[in-house]
Design a protein around this ligand. Structure first.
Ligand SMILES: *Cc1c(COP(=O)(O)O)cnc(C)c1O
Length: 400
């Protein structure tokens, strides 16, 4: 028997954390780690943020669950605040990102069905995308490694290379319900989609009666210095999936849509037992209290610039290890020369947590509350990791 009763679905680090304080995680053996992953872009306000702890405790003492047969305490308020702050008019709460994407896909298909186009159910997505791990969202992501062994690919998902407008125009047809895209591909390696391409997508959608879905599960809730990353481009979607940072570590997600795009989602079309749970709503409202406060997003922007500049210096100083810095706000990536997994492991030895991604990139996504001193400390630790890897390379070179 293996040491753990848990499914073997994760390649785990072997670390177990006991508690967290802001951007720091403390392991069971007392070691302290600077958390530059925020889970995976989840702990937007760091660990044990007092306002979030207070909100969760207060709600825990009042009411945990009532089902969606009744109005969820805090749900109308959180929905209105999200609608107020975005392009959206309507919100559906979920428990996770994949469920938010499922809701987005269903909303788009149902819209076309309601308009008299039941055959318009295809969703076009982009190579390098990640939209979740359910049967439909692995088909949306289109990556063979996630679909292998799970039966036939769910029908109705077409994929083209990111940025390839010609390929897109070729695949779009009378079967197309929606186009779905992450404004910055997260799992794909912090790959930014150019504003011009997003504009072209919007135009194509408008011309063809297609809905535009943004997957802002990783990019959203302040991560790039705007509430949502698409605001940088000025291009608005019809539907948007949100999760990760919106709960600050409490599991929750949301599908946002315009009145028009959500018009098909009438009673009976969709549902969830736990989505919109009072505990999640309390924490979600508390997260927005902080993120929507005056100047909070401005500080994310300036800290992001500071961090990116310092990382650019790091790349310049270690060309045998690192190749490029990319990303926006506090959603940053280091494209590596050495295997990204080696860099992450070495950073961990230096007491810093980062996350590998596709395209041989290491993601740096600290809590949005990280201070400039902590950014300097993070760069120092990343520098130490780069130097160690350089020495290893030299030793290997000498041995050859
Ligand atoms: C994490 C992520 C998802 C899936 O979210 P889960 O909560 O793990 O289901 C979907 N899309 C993007 C862009 C993500 O980063």
């Amino acid at each position: 028997m293996s040491a753990s009763a848990l499914f073997g679905t994760y390649a785990r680090s072997g670390l177990e954390f006991d508690h967290g304080e802001g951007v720091w995680l403390v392991a069971s053996d007392g070691r302290r780690f600077l958390d530059c992953g925020s889970g995976i872009a989840v702990n937007a306000l760091g660990h044990s943020h007092p306002h979030l702890v207070e909100a969760l405790k207060a709600q825990a003492e009042k009411l945990w669950h009532t089902s969606n047969l009744h109005s969820p305490p805090g749900g109308n308020r959180l929905g209105s605040r999200l609608a107020e702050a975005t392009f959206a008019d309507r919100v559906f709460f979920t428990n996770s990102g994949a469920e938010a994407m499922e809701a987005a896909i269903k909303t788009a298909r149902r819209y076309q069905y309601d308009k008299g186009h039941p055959d318009r159910y295809h969703i076009v997505t982009f190579e390098g995308a990640f939209h979740g791990r359910t049967i439909a969202t692995i088909a949306a992501g289109g990556q063979a490694k996630y679909m292998e062994g799970f039966g036939p690919k769910a029908p109705g998902f077409d994929q083209v290379p990111a940025g390839d407008l010609e390929a897109l125009k070729e695949i779009v047809g009378p079967q197309t319900a929606a186009i779905a895209i992450e404004p910055i591909q997260g799992e794909g390696g912090i790959r930014e989609i150019p504003t011009e391409f997003l504009r072209q997508l919007r135009k194509l959608c408008d011309d063809e009666g297609i809905l535009l879905i943004f997957d802002e599960i990783q990019t959203g809730v302040g991560r790039t210095g705007k509430l949502f990353a698409h605001e940088w481009s000025g291009v608005m979607p019809d539907i948007m999936a949100v999760a990760k940072g919106i709960g600050g570590g409490f599991p929750m997600g949301a599908c946002l849509a315009t009145e028009e795009a959500s018009s098909g989602m009438v009673p009976g079309t969709h549902g969830t037992t736990f989505g919109g749970n009072p505990l999640a709503m309390a924490v979600g409202n508390a997260v927005l209290d902080v993120i929507l406060a005056d100047e909070f997003l401005d500080t994310v922007k300036s800290k992001g610039l500071n961090f990116k500049q310092k990382l650019a210096g790091l790349v310049d100083g270690h060309p045998d290890v690192l190749e490029e810095v990319r990303g926006s706000g506090l959603m940053l990536g280091l494209k590596c020369v050495v295997p990204a997994g080696d860099f992450v492991a070495m950073a961990r030895e230096q007491g810093l947590l980062a996350i590998p991604a596709g395209d041989n990139v290491v993601r740096i996504m600290p809590p949005l509350t990280i201070s400039d001193e902590e950014i300097a400390e993070a760069v120092k630790r990343l520098e130490a990791a780069a130097t160690s890897l350089e020495q290893t390379l030299k030793l290997e070179g000498a041995a050859e």
